[in-house]
Design a protein around this ligand. Structure first.
Ligand SMILES: [Mg+2]
Length: 198
């Protein structure tokens, strides 16, 4: 019988680390948003697994390499380890519809708002005997595409006001998250954890 688990699916840039308005390429450009690491540690302590779901079209655009993205993902876990925590999995989409690339076009279907990367993560957990409880899991991000991705995957959704803060755009498009929080720490400490301990 599969073990059931709740997952926090998290966008990366603008949600966990500061969005510089361009693609983050190096470790010195990768700066955690205040208390994001603490929030992830608290969520894990409460039983959540952590999955990063990120669009990295800078790869198809030739601005950043897959090796750089993977190094930054490793660096994130190094930073989290300072708080005694870590993320479980990370999925990134290298493609962009406006920047065709022979190597990356086959991944275009993964790009958020498509829920494809979430579905892949759920499938990968399943292959390890872990069943993701979607109704108890969340997608948290700073953009409309994050909210849409979470909704399409049947997850609970939270928009954070860091990064691009697309709260107004979400309202305009009628793509409404369950909750809006000032940042990841407020999302988790102020909303996720109280809502699951009720
Ligand atoms: Mg973002």
């Amino acid at each position: 019988m599969a073990r059931k688990t709740r997952v926090l699916f998290l966008d990366r840039d603008g949600t966990i680390n500061q969005d510089l308005g361009t693609y983050v390429k190096s470790r010195d450009e990768f700066v955690l948003i205040d208390r994001a690491d603490e929030a992830i540690a608290d969520a894990r302590a409460a039983g959540f697994m952590i999955v990063i779901i990120t669009n990295q079209a800078g790869i198809a655009r030739g601005i950043v390499t897959p090796e750089q993205v993977e190094d930054l993902n490793r660096y994130l876990n190094e930073l989290l380890s300072v708080k005694g925590t870590f993320y479980d999995r990370c999925y990134y989409c290298p493609s962009h519809p406006d920047y065709p690339h022979p190597e990356y076009d086959r991944f275009i279907e993964c790009r958020k708002p498509s829920p494809r990367m979430v579905e892949q993560a759920i499938e990968d957990f399943r292959s390890e005997g872990i069943e993701v409880d979607r109704s108890g899991s969340f997608f948290i991000g700073d953009k409309l595409v994050d909210v849409e991705c979470g909704l399409r995957a049947g997850l609970r959704t939270i928009l954070v006001r860091t990064g691009h803060n697309e709260e107004a755009l979400c309202i305009e498009r009628g793509v409404l998250p369950e909750h809006v929080a000032d940042d990841l720490y407020q999302a988790i400490a102020g909303y996720v954890l109280p809502s699951v301990s009720r």
